[in-house]
Design a protein. Structure first.
Length: 333
């Protein structure tokens, strides 16, 4: 929602100033994250690490998969908040859940085809061993994700779209298990951290996107700031959980005495550093939006930094997708 040009805060007209500040923040973030996020080639430059086949494609597919999780989970989350807002309008914007589930299905099929060819990029349909997916843990998890997104798409188009929560939960669990193979030290702990991290990140990203869509659909009604305020209170908890689980997961893969070296000398560390920069910027934008929501003459002016926050969160999702495709850092002794 765009506030009217004549709306003014305590210091005068804000529309142009808000746009300028938002652009400045995003430019600074882009400059800080540019080198490590140009892609696998830039991240691997000078590290001596070898990239797995198709790293760029796998990173893209995982980005789509994470986004496909965030959109429907965010819609379910915000719609639940909206029902509790006094005086809320009954209407909702058109759901994107079915479209997101179809995109997730395509991404899951692409990732399953890679697993079916022995983690190599398939160059023909004949190279894909579908039956072999049942013979490995990664293959079975890939099949779970494919079937779960298919079921989520059907649920989204049904009369009870809330039922898509269960297949989406199956995708989250499968991703958490996939990220931590049984050969890893304490894999269940790692899967638990990833599970919480994924859920909170999906609710934060998808929830903010849908909250802004709902505000635009409602128009300038008193219930709009109330909904944004409810989301902001939950988002604080989500950010705390994301930070805690992210730090713990990173320290499991990069011991404390090697973190600084690996952040600059490994591809995983470089992209992780870029993700941290982006998350910090997202947190600052969220704080800016929350301050406006509480102090501005028109609380809906908080939508300006919130829109910038959505863009930054999209960059975080893309970096996360790339992070999953890069070689894991070496545990130096």
């Amino acid at each position: 929602m765009r506030p009217p040009p004549e709306v003014a805060g305590p210091s005068g007209p804000i529309s142009r100033r808000a746009t300028g500040r938002t652009v400045a923040v995003l430019v600074l973030v882009a400059l800080g994250a540019l080198i490590p996020t140009l892609g696998p080639a830039a991240a691997l430059e000078g590290t001596g690490e070898a990239a797995a086949p198709g790293v760029a494609g796998i990173g893209l597919l995982r980005t789509v998969l994470f986004a496909a999780l965030s959109v429907p989970l965010g819609e379910l989350f915000v719609d639940r908040l909206a029902r509790r807002v006094p005086g809320a309008a009954p209407g909702r914007p058109r759901s994107w859940s079915a479209l997101a589930a179809c995109a997730g299905l395509l991404a899951a099929l692409g990732l399953a085809s890679v697993v079916a060819t022995g983690n190599l990029v398939p160059h023909s349909v004949a190279a894909i061993d579908v039956g072999g997916l049942y013979d490995s843990r990664d293959g079975r998890l890939a099949l779970v994700e494919v079937n779960a997104f298919l079921l989520a798409a059907l649920c989204a188009r049904s009369g009870r779209p809330a039922t898509q929560l269960w297949p989406l939960a199956a995708v989250v669990v499968a991703e958490a298990l996939r990220a931590h193979p049984t050969t890893e030290h304490t894999p269940l702990l790692g899967s638990g951290l990833t599970l919480v991290h994924l859920i909170c990140a999906a609710l934060w990203t998808g929830g903010l996107l849908h909250a802004l869509r709902v505000l635009r659909h409602w128009g300038a009604v008193p219930a709009g700031p109330a909904l944004l305020g409810r989301y902001a209170r939950v988002a604080v908890v989500l950010l705390a959980a994301i930070t805690a689980t992210g730090v713990c997961s990173s320290l499991r893969r990069m011991p404390t005495d090697t973190v600084l070296d690996q952040l600059t000398e490994t591809a995983y560390g470089r992209v992780l550093l870029a993700k941290v920069l982006l998350v910090v910027a997202v947190g600052l934008l969220a704080l800016w939006a929350r301050t406006r929501l509480r102090r501005a003459a028109d609380p809906l002016t908080a939508c300006s930094p919130a829109r910038a926050e959505v863009v930054a969160l999209g960059a975080v999702v893309a970096v996360s997708g790339l992070l999953t495709a890069l070689p894991l850092p070496i545990r130096w002794s």
